[in-house]
Write a new protein. Structure first.
Length: 425
């Protein structure tokens, strides 16, 4: 007679198999996905997030840098990242309007994130009314760099940068050299080197292309007209084509041939990273330069120390699957020690006041100018709206027309106002 396998044995074996499967499943690593738009050193970023793995048990899978054209498909698709780190906050309100990123009020409360530790300028850029749509994670400011040797050669005090915007124009004239055949050999100042800085200049004149709460378009307001007219003169006085031809011979931004490093441009507006270890100390360590807050108009000395905060912000995508764990990771990212560790490496300014006390930010006199500037009372938030992408594109085109071809300032700005005022409303 054929012997039957005891029923009890079958039950025990099945139970053991199910337990083994469960154990195998539990051993699968828990993963959080972080996308970052920037990242010259992805390995360093991954190693930093590996610290969180050690304390949480969650593996952090970092993609850096993520291509810009993959961000929107990632947010709208079925596999959204758990944390998204953006290079700037321009599109956050657009993403929120479309339901693609979460409001962070509860996350901030649950994570016990100290909102008083943030510098006001970069934090305000993340606000929409009483809602907080992102958190700043390192930021940038722009200030005036000047070449002290070129100042001295032009008969200017090398330790005294221009005190007003009007004086900057006078200095620029003295620092510009034109050959016998009318070609530029050296130029004092180019307002849009290496990109547009109209946000800074408009703030100096007391305005912006939106009102303070972003509810009205003010692109053709008097401060905007003044800002664009002030910039235009640096092209018009030497000839638009002549300046563009001269600029066309400039070297790469991240090289010893950078026009400021090579002495072709005597003054420029740029960010704190230029004074950091990866730029001047690497490409032109012997450069004799100074850094100061960009000067205000003579009529408004109270605007001294004005700068516009820009830079990295962090959002939680609405399509992320692990909201609770993403919130914990966000709180860890915002801790002063992590902010200091990451942005010392990147030579950017910390958004945390406590992090700014870390000795690692005592890089050199130039960089320290920005650290002190960040703590000032005239740091403005970059005002954004749900149509920032469209406005930025339109204004970028208009700015080139005004500066590079001599287009009429007011009529050019009037066209943008007429086309987009209704869209914003």
């Amino acid at each position: 007679m054929k012997k039957l396998f005891p029923l009890l044995s079958i039950v025990i074996i099945l139970s053991m198999m199910l337990s083994a499967c469960g154990a195998a499943a539990s051993e699968q690593p828990k993963v959080l996905r972080v996308w970052i738009q920037w990242g010259d050193n992805p390995q360093q970023i991954q190693e930093m997030f590996d610290q969180y793995t050690k304390i949480s048990g969650y593996k952090i899978e970092v993609t850096a840098p993520i291509d810009d054209d993959k961000v929107l498909p990632g947010l709208t698709g079925t596999e959204a990242p758990d944390i998204l780190v953006l290079s700037g906050g321009d599109l956050v309100k657009s993403y929120y309007k479309e339901g693609l990123v979460d409001e962070l009020g509860q996350v901030i409360k649950d994570g016990n994130i100290d909102m008083n530790d943030f510098y006001a300028g970069p934090l305000n850029a993340c606000k929409q009314g009483d809602k907080i749509l992102c958190l700043p994670w390192g930021f940038d400011l722009y200030a005036l760099y000047w070449n002290k040797d070129l100042f001295e050669a032009a008969g200017l005090d090398p330790n005294k940068p221009p005190a007003t915007m009007e004086e900057l124009v006078e200095y620029a004239d003295k620092l510009t050299k034109v050959s016998a055949n009318g070609k530029l050999e050296q130029i004092g100042f180019i307002p849009d080197l290496s990109w547009d800085h109209s946000d800074l200049y408009a703030s100096m004149f007391g305005g912006f292309w939106y009102n303070e709460d972003g509810t009205q378009l003010t692109v053709n307001s008097q401060p905007m007209i003044d800002a664009m007219t002030w910039q235009q003169q640096f092209y018009s006085k030497y000839g638009y084509e002549n300046v563009l031809e001269f600029a066309g011979g400039f070297g790469e931004y991240n090289s010893p041939d950078h026009p400021f490093f090579s002495g072709k441009v005597a003054m420029m507006v740029d960010g704190e990273w230029i004074a950091g270890p990866n730029y001047i100390p690497t490409f032109k360590p012997e450069l004799n330069y100074g850094v100061a807050a960009f000067p205000p108009p003579a009529s408004n000395p109270e605007r001294a120390g004005t700068a516009v905060a820009q830079g990295t912000v962090v959002v939680i995508p609405s399509g992320g699957k692990q909201k609770v764990e993403a919130a914990k990771l966000l709180a860890w990212m915002m801790s002063p020690d992590i902010v200091a560790a990451e942005f010392c490496r990147n030579a950017n300014l910390p958004t945390s006041k406590k992090a700014a006390e870390n000795p690692c930010f005592n890089v050199n006199e130039g960089f320290n100018t920005f650290v002190k500037l960040a703590a000032g009372s005239n740091i403005k938030a970059l005002i954004t709206t749900p149509i920032s992408l469209e406005i930025n594109d339109a204004f970028g085109t208009a700015s080139e027309e005004i500066l590079h071809t001599g287009a009429d300032v007011k009529s050019t700005l009037d066209k943008i106002q007429a086309e987009y005022e209704g869209k914003l409303k």
